[in-house]
Design a protein around this ligand. Structure first.
Ligand code: SF4
Length: 360
């Protein structure tokens, strides 16, 4: 039987969810002032996700802490904003990762097995000055590491033994973070139609307002004045918001975004800072790739994003809008929008068609 403390620490666990279900609390019950502490904590989970990008350690009262997560999920789902849903799921996963750092290997392995059905075993191995503590089935490994970009996660670069991948403690916790994020995202994006009491609806509005205040900060208003985020084409806006909310993107999407930002005149250091939020971020590697795209490294070719046809082929053309009509290239879209936003002021964007060769 799970302790209330463990359930409060890991409210996404099946046993924690069953504990909540046994309490049989209905949405309409939340209007009762006796539940205001749970609503307060639920609302705070979401505001911490919006402001800090990670949910904090929470209140000492385990039951309030446990019940605050389903409440937070209901509040985020009621707002119904995909970007907020991703931001919240990412923040709950970051919290779980931090808590797992102080757990035993036995606890970590048991959680992976019981909660996510992993094939995992504790096995200490010293290889090439690296200490591996776990062996994980490659199916579970690929399901979670598949979209990571760093070469170290590629299966060809991993040590396998009997069909299982050898992993360090931190690597297992990183993969569990992905599982938690997917779990929470699955829950918040289920928009179940429920009658929300007025007092709770007021909290939904608080969160929506807070998110709008921070959306600009989270998704780009800090951009230097020369990069006009309002003029970004839908494909680039989607890639940009996805990057900041922790969504894992394809190579083509990251290349299109980076080469677009490079050509929108954005400072390379600022582009690098954007990637900071990507949890498998490797500063040296990303810096090299950005400078390569900007023509400062390698073949000294300055790359531009792919044209719209190629973006469509790779499934990166997202939700084209009226300004996409007759546009063959995202930078053409951007140039036209900048002009109409700045009231016809000429910009110096030299669009030469696509001389990109992929890869970031
Ligand atoms: S049509 Fe072009 S600019 Fe518009 S969303 Fe698609 S790729 Fe982007």
């Amino acid at each position: 039987m799970i302790s209330e403390r463990e359930a409060a620490k890991y409210p996404f666990l099946k046993e924690a969810t069953s504990l909540v279900e046994t309490l049989n609390i209905k949405v309409e019950d939340l209007a009762n002032p006796n539940y205001s502490r749970i609503l307060d904590r639920g609302e705070r989970r979401v505001s911490e996700a919006i402001i800090d990008g990670i949910v904090g350690n929470g209140v000492p009262d385990d039951l309030t802490e446990l019940l605050s997560m389903p409440v937070a999920i209901m509040l985020v789902s009621a707002v119904g904003d995909r970007f907020l849903e991703r931001r919240y799921a990412h923040a709950e996963a970051a919290r779980a990762q931090k808590l797992l750092w102080s757990e035993s290997e036995a606890f970590i392995a048991e959680l992976a097995k019981r909660q996510f059905g992993w094939e995992i075993k504790y096995a200490r191995r010293e290889l090439d000055e690296q200490t591996y503590l776990f062996e994980v089935g490659f199916v579970d490994y690929l399901r979670n590491a598949g979209s990571f970009h760093e070469d170290k996660w590629k299966l060809v670069n991993r040590v396998l033994s009997g069909g299982r991948v050898l992993l360090t403690r931190m690597e297992v916790i990183r993969l569990l973070q992905v599982e938690v994020e997917d779990f929470v995202l699955g829950r918040v994006s289920k928009h179940i139609r429920v009658e929300i009491p007025e007092t709770v609806q007021a909290r939904v509005e608080n969160i929506s307002k807070l998110f709008e205040e921070h959306r600009r900060r989270i998704s780009g208003a800090e951009l230097p004045p020369e990069a006009v985020s309002e003029a970004f084409p839908p494909c680039i806006k989607h890639a940009f918001e996805g990057l900041l909310s922790g969504r894992r993107a394809s190579h083509m999407e990251r290349f299109a975004l980076t080469s677009f930002l490079v050509n929108s005149g954005m400072d390379l250091e600022q582009i690098l800072q954007l990637f900071v939020s990507v949890t498998d971020f490797d500063e040296q590697l990303t810096k090299y790739q950005i400078e390569h795209i900007a023509g400062l490294r390698g073949s000294r070719t300055r790359y531009t994003p792919p044209n719209c046809a190629t973006m469509r082929t790779h499934g990166v053309c997202y939700n084209p809008d009226i300004y996409c009509k007759g546009v063959k290239h995202p930078l053409t879209y951007y140039k036209r929008r900048v002009q109409s936003i700045k009231g016809g002021e000429k910009t110096s964007l030299g669009i030469t068609g696509s001389n990109h060769q992929g890869g970031i």
